[in-house]
Write a protein that binds this ligand. Structure first.
Ligand SMILES: Cc1cc2nc3c(=O)[nH]c(=O)nc-3n(C[C@H](O)[C@H](O)[C@H](O)COP(=O)(O)OP(=O)(O)OC[C@H]3O[C@@H](n4cnc5c(N)ncnc54)[C@H](O)[C@@H]3O)c2cc1C
Length: 444
């Protein structure tokens, strides 16, 4: 058996046996490429709305092999919007998108309950913790969430040097691979077909070609997020960014009594290069962060190895938050890739004439956003004029990323700038302007 791509999959005994690949040409109403959350939720929603539709999902590996089976398990009620879309759409439209994203957390929970998708869903909200004065100052200027003082925040979780935190109720925790696995099964129960080990080679109007045959369909939906750069003609559409995670062995009761964290909130810190955490259902801590964020030429090579330096970095971040965990054994480390648009705005597209659709660019906030995108794609494909189809991320068009080596240089400069800003803030206790320059360079 190949190494599981994440601890989430390892916990389930590894990747499941692949479903049968496509065998020869076939016809369908809808052909979806990619069986992560975007592709699977879209298939699910289409079949739920119109059971007679013929829906075929093509997956190069197995369902949930990509970011959907590797992420931090934050079902976060936010969508990556970016300053350009924010300015173009206006306050009312942006508020509608933000509201829809918040409602999606409950939508995911209700769907999982209704369709028997066991995935350790717990809606405990999310805490962004500040350990330095500049971090706290940044939290105070943020528009969303409730600011907790150090005592209130510590009552929830005892983070070392806690200065305060921001709390939002709009977040749940899941075991990501359980969600992907359960969703794939729900898609099949609803009557869609998933062909695994079936790579799409080209996506054209009304046809997807694979080495095993061609699927002809009225609608072709690209749901390949972080891997999109590998498809012909799409090298510069979405930047593949890497994020890495480690998970501890289960912590004992005495350690949990020290730490608190009974509410199962997801947690991140307010550093510029932040880390994100969840308390797992079996009482471990899973923590993720950027590590080496980009590979020259938009590489998405599928090796599972995580550089030692990245593991050391994540261990140090864990110890900075919880010093008592400095020596805690790490059970597993893994990495994964997600997609970022040039203006950091996620978007959903559907061209009625060509039948070509896609969704993605969630910029690391794709667990809930993929569900919202899927319900939006459903309405667009079914030609329904709904609140979802009027949201400002529909048909939003970011420009392409720069060619190499500019792309690589830009990412190095942005992350170098953000890391330096964190170091300056730790050293001086004052906010650094470097971070603003890095954000401007990123186009965020
Ligand atoms: C380490 C990590 C942590 C993250 N943490 C969070 C988090 O806590 N919360 C959050 O909201 N977001 C998080 N994200 C982002 C989130 O996981 C993704 O945005 C989301 O899962 C994207 O889902 P997707 O279905 O669009 O893409 P994916 O899950 O990547 O699925 C794309 C699928 O397409 C398949 N594919 C690619 N090319 C082809 C082809 N040519 N033919 C057929 N199939 C193909 C791939 O094998 C893959 O299965 C994280 C991402 C990573 C990597």
């Amino acid at each position: 058996m190949t190494d599981p791509p994440s601890w989430w999959w390892a916990q389930l005994g590894g990747l499941p046996e692949p479903r049968p690949p496509l065998e020869g040409d076939r016809e369908a109403d809808v052909c979806i490429v990619g069986a992560g959350y975007t592709g699977l939720w879209t298939a699910y929603e289409l079949k739920r709305a119109q059971p007679e539709l013929e829906v075929v999902v093509l997956e190069r590996e197995v369902a949930g092999f990509g970011a959907s089976g590797r992420n931090g398990g934050w079902v976060l009620g936010e969508v990556s919007i970016g300053s350009r879309m924010r300015a173009a759409a206006g306050d009312g439209a942006i508020e509608a998108l933000e509201r829809a994203a918040q409602q999606t957390v409950d939508e995911v929970g209700e769907t999982c309950a209704r369709d028997a998708i066991p995935c350790d869903f717990v809606k405990g909200g999310s805490l962004t913790v500040a350990q330095t004065a500049p971090q706290l100052a940044r939290l105070r200027t943020a528009s969303r969430g409730e600011i907790l003082d150090a005592d209130q925040a510590t009552a929830r979780v005892r983070v070392h040097g806690m200065r305060g935190a921001r709390f939002t109720p709009h977040c749940a925790r899941v075991q990501p691979a359980k969600l992907a696995r359960g969703l794939a099964a729900a898609v099949e129960r609803r009557g869609a077909t998933i062909h695994e080990r079936t790579p799409a080679q080209t996506l054209e109007p009304h046809a997807v070609r694979t080495p095993h045959g061609t699927v002809r369909a009225r609608w072709v939906i690209r749901a390949t997020e972080g891997y999109t750069a590998e498809l012909p003609g799409l090298k510069r559409a979405l930047l593949p960014l890497w994020s890495s995670m480690i998970v501890t062995e289960p912590l004992d009761t005495a350690t949990w009594e020290q730490i608190g964290w009974q509410g199962r909130e997801t947690i991140d810190d307010a550093a510029h290069v932040y880390c994100y955490l969840q308390r797992t259902a079996d009482d471990r801590i899973a923590i993720g962060g950027r590590g080496h964020p980009y590979r020259f030429g938009s590489g998405t090579e599928r090796a599972n190895g995580v550089p030692d330096a990245t593991v050391r970095h994540l261990r140090a971040r864990l110890a900075r938050l919880f010093p008592q965990l400095r020596e805690t054994p790490i059970a597993h480390a893994w990495t994964g890739v997600f997609g970022v648009a040039r203006d950091w705005a996620a978007s959903v597209h559907c061209d009625r004439q060509s039948g070509m659709c896609w969704a993605g660019g969630y910029a690391g906030e794709g667990v809930a956003a993929a569900n919202l995108a899927a319900r939006t794609l459903r309405d667009l494909v079914l030609d329904r004029d709904t609140e979802l189809t009027r949201l400002p991320w529909v048909a939003h068009r970011p420009r392409d990323w720069e060619p190499e080596p500019l792309r690589w240089l830009a990412v190095q400069a942005v992350y170098g700038g953000l890391r330096a800003a964190d170091a300056i803030e730790d050293r001086t206790g004052r906010r650094s302007r470097l971070a603003r320059a890095a954000a401007a360079l990123s186009g965020r």
